[in-house]
Design a protein around this ligand. Structure first.
Ligand code: ATP
Length: 362
């Protein structure tokens, strides 16, 4: 397995900057997820690494060798597409073996690799079937199998689970993550789904408008987002965001209490927005000195059995969500004093960059 290094990679389509000066390294055996909203350049970046797009600027290195000008067929990477891209007239065995035959690999080696991959992916009973006789999940396994038998330097996945239903997506998510660890395979995986990114990645690259917003381990991005974009993109339900000016307005109207020293720190540091995850909101009566208090009314609640989302609003049109464990019920219109733990909150300046001021709070 290989390491992959991107140095200042850019890709322009005429006036569209699909990828803009991207730098990162995927270590040997690492599972790296590229995540971001539609159109942020994930697929273009993956296709550039695969050699399916010619980059406009920068360099791509695989195993410390500059492959920027190397043809895709010589990069020794295996790509798995959302569309599976199976040959419809070939059975599963042939779909798995075909690429190896064209590489002139001896028949017994091919058979050994196909049988092993089929066993790993639990498709050994399906080798004689044609793709149209397979379910979506089985087709996706064959597509992954075709990548495995090539024993490539790295795997590149482009939204491989998007065509599957919700249950199967969760199942395949677990299977791919386990398989990746079992094979120790360097993997770059593209998705727009932050849950897939959080649950599968060793590290995540968050892309936005062709640029890298942040690179880090899943919990680093969740706990220390470097800006509002990452804070909002990672986490479901989304992080709650309130402007400091709105909070001050609420306080002036007697609807909120901001600890005095904290407010001074916020003003000194020019805090523009405060972000707090739904699980940081509590409806307890015990207020800590560093809590922010907001008087709200319950507008709606979603009870999921083990947990619940409670949608809160103020009469100043500020809405946010509380995440509760368990089955405590709140009627609509219930008055609720929401306590927000400022020690675990996030603070952003006017440009949306995160401010590190937690330790200064009382
Ligand atoms: P999605 O999740 O919707 O697939 P993505 O993050 O993979 O999106 P890309 O498909 O990489 O995004 O596209 C990035 C940008 O480049 C978009 O603005 C897209 O319109 C543009 N783009 C992609 N391919 C081409 C092309 N062949 N010609 C012109 N523009 C393109």
């Amino acid at each position: 397995m290989a390491n992959i290094l991107l140095k200042n990679v850019s890709k322009h389509f005429d006036s569209v900057r699909a990828i803009d000066q991207v730098n990162f390294e995927v270590k040997k055996g690492e599972f790296l997820v590229l995540v971001g909203p539609s159109g942020c350049g994930k697929s273009t970046l993956l296709r550039s690494i695969a050699g399916l797009e010619t980059i406009t600027g920068g360099q791509i290195h695989i195993d410390d060798k500059n492959v920027t000008e190397t043809h895709s067929s010589k990069r020794d990477l295996a790509m798995v597409f959302q569309s599976y891209a199976l040959y419809p007239h070939m059975n599963v065995y042939k779909n798995l073996s075909f690429g190896l035959e064209t590489m002139k690999i001896p028949k017994n080696v091919i058979d050994e690799r196909v049988q092993k991959a089929a066993q790993i992916l639990q498709i050994d009973q399906l080798l004689k079937r044609k793709p149209k006789q397979l379910s979506g999940g089985q087709k996706q396994r064959v597509a992954i199998g075709r990548a495995i038998v090539r024993e490539p330097k790295a795997f590149l996945f482009d939204e491989p689970l998007s065509n599957l239903d919700a249950d199967l997506r969760v199942q395949m998510r677990v299977e791919i993550a386990r398989l990746q660890k079992r094979l120790g395979a360097t993997t770059i995986y593209v998705t727009h789904d932050q849950v897939e990114a959080m649950t599968m990645a060793d590290r995540i690259v968050v892309l936005n408008g062709g640029r890298v917003e942040q690179i880090g381990k899943p919990l680093e991005l969740y706990n220390q987002p470097s800006n509002v974009f990452v804070a909002s993109f990672i986490g479901s339900p989304r992080i709650n965001l309130i402007k400091l000016s709105e909070l001050v307005e609420l306080q002036n109207a007697g609807k909120a209490v901001i600890p005095e020293a904290t407010l001074k720190t916020f003003e000194d540091k020019r805090v523009e927005q405060i972000g707090f995850r739904p699980e940081m909101v509590k409806a307890e009566t015990k207020v800590s000195a560093r809590d922010l208090l907001i008087h709200t009314e319950v507008s709606h609640m979603e009870q999921l059995g083990s947990e619940a989302y409670i949608y809160l609003e103020t009469d100043h049109n500020i809405n946010f969500v509380m995440h509760n464990q368990g089955q405590q019920h709140f009627e609509s219109k219930t008055k609720l004093a929401a306590h927000i733990d400022l020690g675990s909150s996030h603070f952003f300046d006017q440009s949306g960059s995160a401010l590190v001021i937690k330790n200064n709070l009382v």
